[in-house]
Design a protein around this ligand. Structure first.
Ligand code: NOJ
Length: 546
């Protein structure tokens, strides 16, 4: 591997490439069909070779897996299906040897209903100290009906009744009771949890549902209507009792002080689905370092819309001295090659319900755009978050047999929404084998048969593969990121071109007509150009202009 200068140690996160590992679906070391920590540790050299700076591990803590591990029963232990604390230490050691940082997921909005605290809350009864760690209320209409009309993410009511008649709040599944962050005991406990992992050597945290922890639950609780608890805040809200409340920032200021006690300071990344303009509040200098840019992820493949998001993201992060982030896919959304293959107004829930047949997806077009999108994202100033498998060009698996669907969304929606499993299908590492090198048995979600041809090993030997494109681009990114500035050379219609201070120019063509490339050395292109200076439709290129 070529050694290149990196940003100063304390600022490594400002222009990093961080790779999300969905632990259950990355690599299975013990043949139970489920990915695990030793499986990841064994594959870290491949990730170092890809050219990333850090990995983010989704939750691997003790969990009944009602929501793929986002229902934690013990924050300081590893689920036996995924490994042990010793396995985690070994993974961390190996990652650090390879120069990779490790970010772990922290889930502070809710616990599992199997957490000792929740069991005590149920057992100790109305008015107990244990119950005060969660959000319990009496019902209405003599107690028989939930306190409010609030609906949970993934479907169903946001309240569930316990045997003594009280109801508890869960903004996600009933197996994920929400913690009561106005009880100081919760903050104290999470500080201990953060330190537990920091002292083991982690480099940072991804904070689940960061915009949901603080709530205003003063009585009377308001009725909120059908979208009340939708965590993705796709509607304008002002003073919402559950989401994006100002009180949450005090928690993150405390956390930042803890992160700063370590050298170099450890980092925090917020999963905060908030309205445009509100994200910067999470990344002020005394709060978290970064927040996922879901605006970028949610923007369709359209020149002006993407340029607007780039501008607003740069302005927003710049105003608070933070650095922007860019993300195209994660374990909660339809993979971007498939999104780009669909008409821009397609309803992906409907599309998944039709097993990916309605509307018809132009998969080749989606793949072509995904290659171009990678060049766009990786040229932008700030940090890029990759999702496992995007470097292989994986599409959403829209036709998973129903018996394999594990996302609670499927059951909670009354089979009206298949949920997120199509983005969580275990990775294909080898062209053949019972789970294409993922493990020695069938994977927990079987992979499509044609994934052998796009396995990592198959792509290794193919210079035209998307894996090769990611590797080449990531190496160039380390060389040419320069400072955090971007200068537009062309901002639509039809195509975008921008320059970085290093002399790197990125051109992306969204239109139908070819675009003339600027003078300079072609560093990489998302399609073969064969010496031509004409950039075709849905193609991107990097040119070195100085
Ligand atoms: C966001 C996580 O990314 C998602 O997978 C999970 O279901 C919810 N938070 C609830 O923890």
């Amino acid at each position: 591997m070529t050694e290149v200068a990196r940003t100063p140690a304390a600022d490594w996160w400002r222009q990093a490439t961080i790779y999300e590992i969905y632990v259950r679906s990355f690599a299975d070391s013990d043949g139970d069909g489920i990915g695990d920590l030793p499986g990841i540790a064994a594959r870290l050299p491949e990730l170092a070779d890809l050219g990333i700076d850090a990995v983010w591990l989704t939750p691997f803590y003790l969990s009944p897996m009602a929501d793929g591990g986002y229902d934690v029963a013990d924050y300081c232990d590893v689920d036996p299906t995924l490994g042990s604390l010793g396995d985690f230490d070994a993974l961390l050691r190996r990652a650090h040897e390879l120069g990779l940082k490790v970010i772990v997921d922290i889930v502070p909005n809710h616990t599992s209903d199997q957490h000792a605290w929740f069991k005590a809350a149920v057992a100790d009864g109305v008015g107990s100290a244990a119950r005060a760690r969660y959000i319990f209320r009496d019902g209405v209409d003599g107690g028989a009906k939930p306190p409010t009309d609030w609906l949970a993410n993934f479907g169903g009511p946001a309240w569930t009744q316990v045997d003594d008649g009280q109801w508890y709040l869960h903004m996600f599944t009933p197996e994920q009771p929400d913690l009561n962050w106005s009880n100081p005991e919760i903050g104290t406990e999470f500080e201990l949890i953060l330190r537990f992992w920091l002292n083991r050597g982690v480099d940072g945290f991804r904070i689940d549902v960061a915009h949901g922890m603080a709530k205003n639950l003063t009585e009377p609780l308001p009725a909120l209507g059908i979208h009340a608890v939708d965590r993705q805040l796709r509607y304008e809200v002002v003073d919402h009792p559950l989401w994006d409340r100002d009180e949450v920032h005090e928690i993150f200021r405390t956390w930042r002080r803890i992160l700063n006690e370590y050298s170099p300071p450890r980092i925090g990344v917020a999963e905060a689905w908030v309205m445009p303009g509100r994200r910067a509040r999470y990344i002020r200098h005394d709060e978290l370092h970064q927040a996922f840019n879901f605006d970028f992820l949610q923007t369709v493949w359209e020149c002006d819309a993407l340029a607007d998001v780039v501008d607003s993201s740069l302005t927003e992060a710049g105003a608070v001295g933070a650095s922007p982030t860019w993300v195209l896919s994660n374990h909660d959304v339809v993979r971007h090659p498939s999104r780009y293959a669909l008409p821009p107004d397609a309803d992906t829930v409907e599309w998944l319900l039709s097993d990916g047949t309605m509307p018809k997806a132009d998969l080749a077009l989606g793949s072509k755009r995904a290659r171009a999108a990678a060049l766009l994202m990786l040229a932008l100033p700030g940090s890029a978050y990759l999702y496992q498998g995007e470097e292989l060009g994986l599409h959403e698996v829209a036709d998973i047999e129903q018996r394999y669907l594990a996302d609670p969304t499927w059951e909670r929606s009354g089979h009206q929404d298949k949920g997120r499993d199509g983005s969580r299908v275990p990775l294909p590492w080898e062209p053949t084998g019972p789970s294409l090198g993922f493990g020695s048995s069938t994977a927990w979600i079987p992979q499509p048969p044609d994934w052998g041809a796009i396995s990592r090993t198959s792509q290794e030997s193919d210079a035209s593969s998307i894996l090769d494109l990611y590797k080449a681009t990531l190496r160039l990114r380390q060389q040419f990121m320069g400072d955090g500035q971007l200068r537009w050379l062309h901002r639509g219609p039809g195509h975008l071109a921008f320059a970085r201070s290093s002399g790197l120019v990125c051109v992306v063509n969204f239109g139908e007509a070819a675009v003339e490339l600027p003078a300079g050395r072609l560093l990489v292109a998302s399609q073969r150009l064969d010496g031509s200076r004409q950039l075709p439709a849905d193609t991107a290129a990097w040119i070195l202009t100085n």
